[in-house]
Design a protein around this ligand. Structure first.
Ligand SMILES: [Zn+2]
Length: 468
């Protein structure tokens, strides 16, 4: 053997396809998603045309060009994403999931009328643990189908909601409601505090569930209730979810009673901070922007809800310019928006800003996609964990198909996502490394059963309200 032969063998080896290289050179991953266009939403907004994502356990260990990721990792399971978009899962920053069972109960009335004449009585008569379980299960099916991997919820019996959410394999920031009247689960503030403290303790450190306190709003909670809920949340380093400046009456009443805006009032009584998620923020001015930005409050814009209730328009562009973080939410899914389709909110957020300002440049496609992903994560104070496809983040990702008539041709990915693609184009969903939907087949929720129960609930709820 001459000295040239080993060199020849070595050089031939490098010409072999990477799949034939010795397996020992590659690290093990649990799941490889390969071949699609990876829209990372990282700081540089990197997009890999022929990309791949490697997942170990519930975290991402590699994102990049397919050839490079495949050279580095071999996996037990591979998802072929060729011809599809791979995105971080969408983040629904504000909703009330069990209310799926009240979907369409009574629409086309004012928020005040809807709350006091319809929904509070309907809740008093119908909401119990069983109700929230079925409502949450139905909502999980609907949200997974729409590519939502994380949602922030405010409701009652939140512990049961947490159990259903975890069973569905979804990530949730789940806020138990504080309100100054007897709620379906807790009749007094003392009971609310005791229930919520137990709830916060139980779910501390859970991989999917982030328990939270949710004082409903300044118009349904006294100063004491707001402060007690915030203090309890802070004792457990939990988020505080609250409706803020969501209607004109709330702003006017705050001026009368407190001599200041709702945002100023919440700041004055010590509620605002970097753990607060404020839904709506419609009646906010320059002064409020400064407070929200300085206190690092995350705001959540709900365009469908604001339009459906004619509540007003949140000045999203101005807030963002002032340094306020703004995510997106569906609100509802009853009375204020009857579905949980966050892709619709992406589209509407852009269009609502455009028509309000009479300027098509008001919010662009990339901005609204950011609001549904990385900025949604920032609004929930979870940007270290979710919101983009990057090494070390949780493996929450979705595959969107591009082979329907509404999906072709594609010149610009963000424009396609914002204005052309629909929730029904979401094909596969992975949350924390676990497949929860594959090729439009749900793997963690029995949706037939959930839909059948929802139809039964319609009958019993209608009877309880003596509706025809
Ligand atoms: Zn709400």
């Amino acid at each position: 053997m001459t000295f040239r032969q080993p060199l020849l063998v070595l050089s031939l080896f490098w010409l072999l396809p990477s799949s034939l290289w010795p397996q020992t050179t590659r690290e093990k991953a649990d799941l490889l998603v390969t071949g699609g266009t990876v829209v990372t939403m990282d700081r540089a907004r990197t997009i890999y045309d022929d990309g791949a994502v490697a997942i170990q356990g519930d975290v991402i260990v590699a994102v990049g060009r397919r050839a490079e990721v495949e050279d580095e990792y071999q996996a037990q399971q591979t998802l072929n994403a060729r011809g599809k978009l791979i995105l971080p899962g969408f983040i629904n920053g504000h909703t009330h999931v069990p209310m799926t069972l009240f979907r369409g109960l009574h629409d086309d009335v004012t928020l005040d009328e809807w709350l006091h004449k319809y929904i509070f009585p309907a809740e008093a008569k119908n909401v119990n643990q069983e109700f929230v379980r079925w409502g949450t299960r139905l909502a999980a099916a609907e949200q997974i189908r729409a590519g939502v991997t994380t949602f922030a919820d405010m409701y009652y019996f939140e512990d049961a909601i947490a159990e259903e959410t975890r069973a569905a394999g979804m990530r949730g920031v789940l806020g138990e409601t504080f309100i100054d009247f007897p709620a379906p689960d807790n009749r007094t503030e003392a009971e609310m505090l005791a229930y919520t403290e137990k709830f916060l303790r139980k779910w501390q450190g859970d991989a999917l569930i982030h328990p939270a306190c949710a004082p409903h709003s300044i118009y349904t909670c006294s100063r004491k209730t707001l402060q007690d809920a915030a203090a309890l949340a802070r004792k457990y380093h939990s988020p505080i979810l609250i409706h803020v400046a969501e209607m004109k009456k709330e702003w006017e009443d705050s001026q009368k009673q407190n001599g200041m805006s709702p945002v100023q009032y919440l700041n004055t009584i010590g509620v605002l901070g970097p753990d607060v998620v404020a839904a709506h923020c419609i009646y906010v001015d320059e002064n409020d922007f400064q407070i929200l930005s300085q206190k690092q409050v995350g705001c959540v814009h709900n365009p469908s809800s604001n339009m459906m209730l004619a509540s007003g328009v949140s000045p999203v562009g101005k807030m963002r310019a002032a340094g306020v973080v703004v995510g997106l939410g569906t609100d509802g899914p009853a009375g204020s928006n009857n579905d949980l389709d966050l892709m619709e909110e992406i589209d509407l957020a852009a269009k609502l800003a455009k028509i309000t300002q009479m300027d098509p440049r008001a919010l662009n496609a990339q901005t609204v996609v950011e609001m549904a992903t990385i900025d949604g994560a920032r609004a929930l104070h979870m940007e270290k964990e979710i919101g983009s496809l990057e090494n070390g983040k949780k493996a929450d990702l979705i595959l969107i198909g591009l082979d329907q008539p509404n999906a072709v041709p594609m010149y610009d990915i963000y424009a396609q996502l914002a204005y052309a693609l629909k929730a029904s184009d979401v094909e596969t969903v992975v949350i924390g490394g676990r497949l929860v939907m594959r090729d439009r087949r749900l793997l963690t929720v029995n949706e037939e059963q959930a839909m059948a129960r929802a139809r039964q609930y319609k009958d019993s709820i209608s009877q309880s309200l003596a509706m025809p």
